[in-house]
Write a protein that binds this ligand. Structure first.
Ligand SMILES: Nc1ncnc2c1ncn2[C@@H]1O[C@H](COP(=O)(O)OP(=O)(O)OP(=O)(O)O)[C@@H](O)[C@H]1O
Length: 319
């Protein structure tokens, strides 16, 4: 069943912080079913809803999306989300739509009629979309920037959220030249608050993100990277009689497993995967030496539990 948006108005006029918080928690519970905000989420949301720029460093899976999804529900207008991956945008938009939240993404992969419909909505007197996901490449086009300016002139642009903001920095591990173009957002849409989100902790990258996006007196939030639900154990390969058997025993002792084993080299992935399969653990290798069709079928098999273990290089996770 689709939920109708809660009629929360003036959350942004939260001189009384408590009332603002209550309304925001209500939105979180109603739309996402979470009991309360986690870590620095509320601080980030309150900052951007009040019009302040924010730089938010949170570990992977820390709950960054809520920091721009709740503001989209708390104020009339549109939140623009810049995201580096079309697959990521598709997933989030699908999830949001299932929750009854009006979200769309614009990408070159969409059919023309789908894109046209979104543009018609944006041009209409009262757009229904609350979250609009786009790639940095689209922001760099003159036509789309003009559209953003028009939305802004009509008072409809609430917030610009830049996901995976470290991609803007050439010091980062995922530098993406088109992210550099995002610096023009501040020139063209000067007073729209910007929320930069990343899980990359290097101080050089953080400074570069803040400078490149010309964030003004941003609230800088850094969450702890300690994940109490994750257990770490180090075993020294040199001290083991047979590292492969040790690994097999460990996997078998875990029962019904779903695992990723990272290796440094492609040949090790192939070799180890073959070894695991020979001992009855269903497994497949994943690395850049395999063509994209095969990689995606390995991924599907793992996601659908047809394969228990993926033995991968860092290619797994980048695509
Ligand atoms: N306040 C909350 N309470 C409970 N669960 C939450 C809360 N906020 C987010 N989550 C859940 O945490 C998970 C991770 O959230 P999300 O995908 O936004 O993280 P992320 O920081 O964007 O991760 P990534 O770095 O992978 O993009 C999701 O399953 C989400 O539903």
């Amino acid at each position: 069943m689709k939920k109708s948006p809660l009629p929360v108005q003036n959350v942004h006029r939260s001189e009384k912080n408590v009332a603002g918080k209550e309304a925001l928690v209500k939105l979180l519970r109603w739309h996402f079913g979470h009991a309360d905000f986690r870590g620095k989420q509320l601080e980030a949301i309150e900052a951007v809803v009040s019009g302040r720029d924010c730089f938010c460093l949170m570990p992977t899976g820390g709950g960054k999306s809520i920091c721009y999804q709740i503001p989209a529900l708390a104020k009339p207008g549109i939140v623009l989300v810049v995201s580096p991956l079309i697959a990521l945008m598709e997933n989030q938009v699908m999830d949001l739509k299932e929750k009854g939240i009006a979200a769309e993404y614009l990408s070159s992969t969409q059919a023309t009629h789908v894109r046209n419909k979104i543009h018609e909505d944006l041009d209409s007197g009262k757009p229904s979309v609350r979250l609009l996901y786009v790639t940095p490449e689209l922001i760099a086009t003159k036509g789309f920037m003009l559209k953003l300016r028009k939305l802004h002139a009509r008072g409809l642009l609430n917030l610009i959220a830049i996901d995976e903001a470290h991609c803007i920095s050439s010091w980062g591990h995922d530098f993406r030249p088109s992210y550099r173009q995002l610096s023009t957002l501040r020139d063209s849409l000067a007073d729209v608050p910007v929320l930069a989100l990343t899980a990359t902790a290097a101080p050089k990258v953080q400074k570069d993100v803040i400078d490149s996006l010309s964030l003004r007196n941003p609230l800088v939030l850094k969450s702890s990277f300690n994940r109490p639900n994750i257990f770490y154990e180090v075993r020294y390969k040199d001290l083991l009689d047979n590292a492969y058997s040790d690994l097999c025993n460990l996997l078998k002792s875990c029962g019904n497993i779903c695992a990723i084993i990272y290796c440094l080299e492609r040949t090790t992935c192939d070799d180890l995967s073959m070894h695991l399969s020979s001992t009855g653990i269903s497994s497949a290798a994943y690395h850049a030496g395999l063509n994209s069709k095969l990689r995606s079928s390995v991924l599907d098999d793992w996601l659908s539990s047809k394969k228990q273990v993926i033995v991968a290089t860092v290619a797994f996770g980048y695509e």
